[in-house]
Design a protein around this ligand. Sequence first.
Ligand code: AMP
Ligand code: MG
Length: 491
Amino acid sequence: MEDRKVIIETGWNLDNSYANLPKLFFSKQVPTPVDSPKLIILNDHLAAYLGLNVQSLQKSDGVAVLAGNQIPKGALPIAQAYAGHQFGHFTMLGDGRALLLGEQITPRGDRVDIQLKGSGRTPYSRGGDGKAALGPMLREYIISEAMYALGIPTTRSLAVVTTGESVFREAELPGAVLTRVAASHLRVGTFQYAAEWGTVEELRALADYALKRHFLDGDGTENRYLFLLQEVIKRQAALIAKWQQVGFIHGVMNTDNVTISGETIDYGPCAFMDTYDPATVFSSIDMKGRYAYGNQPYIAGWNLVRFAETLLPLIDDNKEKAAQLAESAIGEFMQLYHSNWLSGMRTKLGIFNEEAEDKILIENLLSIMHKYGADYTNTFRALTFDDFTDMALFDTESFAEWHEKWQERLGRQEESKDSYHELMKSSNPEIIPRNHRVEEALEAAEKKGDYSVMEKLLDVLSNPYAHSNEQAGYVALPEKSTCPYRTFCGT
Ligand code: AMP
Ligand code: MG
């Protein structure tokens, strides 16, 4: 007799194409079961996009999957191998505390990685415990979802569960597992690993896989591997320009944290800049400011050179020719970055068309913002709404002069005031995940088990261009503090 009980299927529809790559690219590894998983937060919208049933995910079987206690149908858990330059030094890495469950094929046919982060030790854990603490996982959830809402390519966060176990860092902390969703987890570091420890055929298999997964197989191009390089360069140029436009500082732009898909990945020590200053660094371990805000485009260029080096044997058998082709592709990066940046900054100032002097107009604004210690986000918000109060910058002669030039510039375009106001509204966020707000939400969650502060914050961050009354309460800057904000790697 058939069981009449209705079982809601969660909707896992997993494939494992990455596991068809040569063996050197991964190790099979099951997650380490945890004591008592509890769902802390679930991303309903993302679940729906993935074709997953929210009610079913909330039930104990659903949560067991998000904690690594149960393996969903079709999953083949693996730890991915990769290498990377960390602060300039090349080293072997790999998923030390993460596992790829598989690739979910979504109802609309997209293929996205489902990864558990904090799911226990793997062959790549080195000295680490393979675990993650609740605070950093919630931080990744908040910031990655804020980035998504800002319109910036990023990995996403499906859920955070606590494990009922402690992890030991500088203190005893509640353990957690984050479910990360990504276009893929292919990194520049994956190619570095292949180039260093694989054969040319293994490297080619990886490059073919990346082309198939992200770049329509490179169909119709003369040199597919050069095309791969050019496309990754394009995506990174667009990505970094977007970071700069919202004042996002990644904090740890090591080559293992640079995706081939062009998504932002690895929300460890990242943070958003308040006061505009190109030298801003938040990460406690970035002593020399290698990954400072103003350095991000140059570091991206450096990382892409590392990527180009890995592809040389595939680009051409003739070493000189390969180097020449790769160099000319790399040579495009700064120009591409700059034109992305310029067009984005034009929209922030309500400018539709192009004039040669626009760059100077933008740079002059940034220079006086820097001089007078203006808040980055709030300056553009003030320009959007003609609301020049509360900021020293706005009382200066330099600003008055700049403002006049800007008004003249706007007057030289055909578009109406209404249309450039709309352009500015959709280009300048009302709110960003400001550090003090994120900290406040994490503190309530970690110390009191109160997740309402975080939920409220996530709600206002989910549409940063809404400019709603509710968001206005989040515009305020942190109290002046003598001690600069510091972030830590999410270990
Ligand atoms: P990340 O700083 O998150 O980019 O991590 C750098 C490397 O350290 C990666 O290979 C991680 O998998 C590994 N790692 C980070 N935290 C841990 C941990 N708690 N246990 C094992 N490996 C870790
Ligand atoms: Mg990383």
